[in-house]
Ligand binder design. Sequence first.
Ligand SMILES: [Zn+2]
Length: 171
Amino acid sequence: MHNAEWASAILGHPFPGQHRVTWPDLYLLHIAAEAEPSPPPPPLATAAAARHRAERETARAAVEQAYRQQVEEWEQLAAGLADLGVRAEVRHNYTSHRHLDCYRQGGDHIYLLDDLHIGRLQRSAGRVLCFTPSRAKDLQDFPDAATDGRPPTCRACLTTARRITTRGAVT
Ligand SMILES: [Zn+2]
């Protein structure tokens, strides 16, 4: 006799009962029972499933929370840049030959729509904030602004934005 909860989990659909189960399903349960001679009783299986669900939801909430914080920070940084007279938007780096690398480092950069000139830091409009001449080849294809509201993920861009917007507030 199979317990219904375990059998349903194995079959992927509700276990119709020992007398109604089809032969192929019965055979599948037979194999599963051999592999797992003492399946956990329903309350344990239910509790384990509930625990997994709770863990998944906690993990998802943490990811959403982190994303919200990134979006909020970007709004503040963009406002700080605007105070410096520099409009900026988020653009994805499509430069192909280092694409994987960029994904790992964060492929969404802070793209400048105005010239930036703060102390020794100079960036032309149409460049990303982390642009350097030595990395020009890896930072050339930025066709469109991200329209999905995503925050920048490039660490170098973010670090510079934090630095100059803080300093911008002081000067
Ligand atoms: Zn960048």
